[in-house]
Design a protein around this ligand. Structure first.
Ligand SMILES: C[S@@+](CC[C@H](N)C(=O)[O-])C[C@H]1O[C@@H](n2cnc3c(N)ncnc32)[C@H](O)[C@@H]1O
Length: 279
């Protein structure tokens, strides 16, 4: 039997056809080749025995709907790789848009920044990769996520002040200090939206990253607002990712008291996805 990349690719498409569309199978194959095996997918080379074993393992995990980023253990975000495993959310393109927006509007002057719910540290590290002089504190309540975030910081050769904090517990805000920028992609999915979500997200991605405890989808935004009253410097900025279903409510929450300007922005799918607030 021929072991060329092309012949394995055809077998792979046939196997995955049971659960994935043709275009999904093609994009998954590209990720397996580029990110998993570092192979040129158009090459006429043969796979080694170890590579063949890897492809078989990848295929069986994919057939169980494990997301390809967890299968290969990494995800591309802002043109850089981040290690991912089931303890962290797979970084999303919508979140890249949040980071790109911050990069496009913030001057390069030195800033103190807090990333709430850092997960893989994709936001914190992408900002640090761009703004080398920013001092970034990144918090999460998942110890496993923080361990992985630290690994990513090592791989990116960047210093981030990682802290294990339950942000919903106000008594843990002591000692965090004051910031010029607060950024967050918090858990924002209401429990009753779970039925609308794809099976593989529910089965593999961390519940703590998706659903806020207590079933109040606004809880993180309420806490961020309270925190910002005392811990965001005057003229500081807040950038949060949000759910298109309650974007107006989040905007209304901030359009009061201490906060002056707020701008709702849409994502590439034309859904309300990001709020920018100024103090
Ligand atoms: C939607 S994920 C975002 C992860 C990452 N920032 C990203 O954009 O891909 C939300 C993160 O918030 C963390 N988290 C959940 N509850 C928390 C809490 N009470 N305090 C701090 N972090 C929390 C989760 O562990 C998860 O990493």
């Amino acid at each position: 039997m021929k072991n060329t990349i092309q012949s394995w690719r055809n077998k792979f498409y046939t196997s995955l056809g049971a659960v994935y569309t043709e275009s999904e199978a093609k994009s998954i194959w590209r990720i397996l080749m580029e990110d998993g095996l570092q192979k040129d997918q158009l090459s006429e080379q043969e796979f080694t025995n170890d590579e063949q074993k890897s492809i078989l393992k990848y295929t069986s995990e994919l057939l169980e709907l494990r997301p390809v980023q967890y299968v290969v253990g990494k995800a591309l975000f802002m043109e850089r790789y981040f290690q991912v495993e089931e303890s962290v959310l797979i970084p999303r393109p919508e979140t890249e848009e949040l980071v790109r927006h911050i990069i496009s509007v913030e001057p390069t002057s030195s800033k103190r920044v807090l990333d709430i719910g850092t997960g893989s540290a994709c936001i914190a590290l992408s900002l640090k990769n761009h703004f080398q002089n920013w001092q970034i504190t990144a918090i999460d309540y998942s110890e496993a996520a923080l361990e992985l975030a630290k690994e990513n910081a090592k791989e990116h050769a960047q210093q981030i002040d990682f802290r294990w904090v339950d942000f919903l517990d106000e008594s843990q805000w002591n000692g965090l200090g004051s910031f010029d920028i607060i950024v967050s992609n918090p858990p924002y999915i209401a429990a009753n939206e779970a039925s609308l979500m794809q099976d593989h997200v529910l089965a593999y991605e961390p519940k703590m990253a998706l659903f806020p405890v207590g079933n109040d989808p606004l809880i993180f935004y309420k806490k961020i607002k309270e925190f910002a009253k005392t811990n965001l410097k005057q003229e500081g900025s807040i950038y949060v990712e949000l759910n298109e279903f309650n974007a107006q409510e989040v905007q209304a929450l901030f359009a009061s008291e201490a906060f002056t300007v707020s701008q709702l922005k849409k994502d590439f799918q034309n859904k309300d996805r990001m709020l920018c607030v100024k103090k």
